[in-house]
Design a protein around this ligand. Sequence first.
Ligand code: BTN
Length: 329
Amino acid sequence: MSHLIAVLNILSDGRFHSGQSIGSTLGVSRTAIWKSIKKIRQDWQVEIQSVTGKGYRISGGLNLLDADSINSTLSESTQTQLYLLEVLFSVKSTNQYLMKKVGSGIRSGHVVIAEHQSAGRGRRGRDWLSPFGQNLYLSILWEFVEPISGLSGLSLAIAIAILRSLKKAGISDAGLKWPNDIHWHGKKLCGILLEMKGEESGAWNVVIGIGLNVNMQYDHSEVITQPWTSLQQITGAVMDRNTIVVNIIKELFEVLEQFSKKGLEVFREEWILNDVTMNKTIKLHTAQDTITGIVRGIDDQGALVLEVNGVSQHYHAGEVSLSYNEPLC
Ligand code: BTN
């Protein structure tokens, strides 16, 4: 693994490097480099060009995640909330990684980010496509002492944290889609997945997973079943993922602290203001049914408030899709 990482580090500058020169830098043969390139392409789906007479190149280079740079850019107050930041090259799922460690001494404020996930998890049992080095796959462990009922609105509050960080980065027209998607003009930009484990003490360990499309540009539409976009597509520029991580961690910690003390209530108004489906007719797909109604906001538990045939109904689970192709913005 460390050998593959060394090859990638050399190629991350976006220039051509011959197999010979990479091999002599790393003290291995040209054939060994060729095998590494093959493995990197296969295992991590990194697009590496090879041109006869020039060598190998990653077009556009790679902006790799860098724990030192992230740690040193975090403000002092955020650093005190951070228990540990781990940067992994490849993992099945950052959520699974943290869930497995719960109960083995890890603490609230443990953050894991990865360049690649081989089995990224999405909501409702779906996969989360996680190509190497392009997006953000981040999970954070947080311990709550309250009973589980108080946590139902947490995923909505987390979406607010991400939205705040995006707005500060200049993405002003992103919005929220219940329960916790971030959308931009009808396309999904970010998804959030919460997984929980209870303790005998009554405390709850929550792993909060965030998948944000940052520099993904290829058409993965055959794998992704819904319209998607990325920060690069929105801004037209390659985004620095290390800066994005710093901003997200800061906003996440602030929201988590506030949510631990006051619950969802303090975020409700902001949620409703940013809900891209507000007052629109939607379809809510639940395990049993599909309900058509007009979105009228969320309640203090984070349930979706739908007006169905003139009557207000509250729903705690389901998937929202727009009815009659109304534009989302
Ligand atoms: C969704 O389906 O909208 C939720 C997607 C959540 C994906 C993130 S990526 C980091 C973390 N690790 C995972 O396996 N899933 C979450």
